[in-house]
Design a protein around this ligand. Structure first.
Ligand code: HAM
Length: 415
């Protein structure tokens, strides 16, 4: 028997209410903050992610689903949504629109990670990108939107962490200091960190290994090594987040796993949770558009994993509105009645009634049992007697009371 590939899930009908709920809230919050939806292809040129996400990242080094198609093109299933949106921004001349251009997406992503709770190889995100504005007020607004999205979903125990990792002017000097610090602690580092030290020293700060975390706690802090412009940006950001009434913590070890970030980075977690639990995160990427071949253009965005949101909604017992089920079931006894039922079912559906017709030869009792298990609130019953009088028995499934209704009045009564 085949099984779904490791790290992937089937989203079964009984779980769909969560997905509809979250997608509806994502669309609603996006509209509230002025974002319009964009959908990009599931696969892109591999080079987009190597350039965009960064050669030294885990995503590019270890996690991409890359393949050559029959035409010899090197393609990759998107591991994240920001680089594709920036590619689309450039490809469709969106720099000529009023800036910032605000876009949101709901899509599936692919990362060859070690599957565990909250971590999949195929997962889905709601994400947003605001491109073309450097003002820290926009950073605060994006963080506010992310926060309000979780609030709109019904979550209340949230924790916001922010940091600034500087820009291409101030970061090199900071990285030198960081490398110098870590060089002294090298023997105590985990093998992964020893490996990363040369390639990607920032990532040592968010290693999950306990002894590495102790070392990281005393490491030089990026926000203490910012150039005046980055420092002013970070100040204004904190001021604006406070104006918006969001509680936050500055976390000098928050660096994020993608190389395009500059200045602001942030994550939102459920209160009192472990390391795997970021509900969402994002930050600025002021060099990304230029890296992809455009004019220097700043940007900032955020994304949240929908599977992780569902886990948290379940944990916090947040009630989800059920999806509407078909309300009418149509049962019949005998072939002549079945033919009339077929025609009647067609007519009712064409007039907008959600309906299930009994199929296969079943006793009336079995048909009523099926109507019950499908959650029908009304059952239309047709037998020989009803055909003669051009009527039906209409059975209220909650009270089991039946009434005789003429064919011509049926739609009005059901509506
Ligand atoms: P990210 O932190 O890699 O950022 O992913 C954002 C969110 O997606 C995570 O906080 C988590 O909720 C979810 N997520 C990530 N990996 C997995 C996984 N393997 N399984 C389940 N959920 C996962 C980005 O992707 C950036 N593009 C966000 C961004 C947008 N930055 C700027 N704009």
């Amino acid at each position: 028997m085949y099984q779904a590939p490791r790290g992937t899930i089937d989203i079964l009908p009984e779980e769909q209410a969560y997905w509809r709920y979250i997608e509806d809230k994502a669309a609603a919050i996006s509209q509230r903050y002025g974002y319009r939806r964009i959908d990009t292809p599931v696969f892109e040129d591999t080079g987009l992610f190597i350039r965009g996400v960064g050669e030294a990242t885990d995503i590019v080094q270890k996690e991409m689903y890359t393949f050559e198609d029959r035409g010899g093109n090197k393609l990759t299933l998107r591991p994240e949504g920001t680089a594709p949106v920036c590619r689309a921004y450039l490809e469709h001349g969106m720099q000529n629109l009023s800036q910032p251009v605000k876009l949101f997406y709901i899509c599936s992503l692919y990362r060859y990670e070690r599957p565990q709770a909250g971590r999949y190889r195929e997962f889905r995100q709601f994400g947003c990108e605001a491109i073309g504005e450097i003002d820290p007020a926009l950073d605060a607004e994006v963080i506010d939107m992310a926060w309000q999205f979780f609030v709109l979903l019904g979550m209340d125990q949230l924790h916001l962490k922010i940091n600034s990792i500087g820009c291409k002017n101030c970061r090199p000097a900071y990285l030198d200091r960081l490398k110098g610090y870590y060089a002294q602690c090298q023997p105590q580092l985990c093998p992964d960190c020893r490996n990363r030290l040369g390639r990607n020293p920032l990532r040592l700060l968010d290693c999950k290994n306990t002894s590495c975390q102790q070392i990281a706690a005393s490491a030089p802090k990026s926000y203490e090594h910012l150039c005046p412009e980055c420092a002013a940006h970070f100040e204004r950001l904190q001021k604006d987040i406070s104006l918006l009434g969001l509680p936050f913590e500055i976390d000098s070890c928050l660096v994020r796993g993608l190389d395009y970030y500059t200045r602001t980075v942030f994550e939102i977690q459920p209160e009192a949770e472990g390391s795997q639990s970021a509900l969402g995160g994002g930050g600025r990427y002021d060099d990304l558009i230029e890296e992809l071949g455009g004019k220097p253009t700043p940007g900032i965005g955020f994304a949240s994993g929908i599977e992780r949101i569902i886990t948290n909604l379940e944990k916090q017992n947040i009630p989800i509105p059920p999806l509407p089920a078909p309300v009418v079931y149509i049962a019949s006894i005998g072939e002549a009645a079945r033919e009339v039922a077929t025609k009647l079912a067609g007519d009712l559906r064409r007039q907008g009634i959600n309906l299930i017709q009994a199929q296969g030869v079943k006793s009336l009792k079995a048909q009523l049992r099926q109507a019950n298990s499908l959650g029908a609130s009304q059952t239309v019953i047709l037998g020989e007697e009803e055909i003669k009088t051009r009527s039906v028995q209409l059975r209220d499934m909650s009270t089991s009371k039946q009434q005789t209704v003429d064919w011509d009045r049926l739609v009005d009564i059901l509506k």
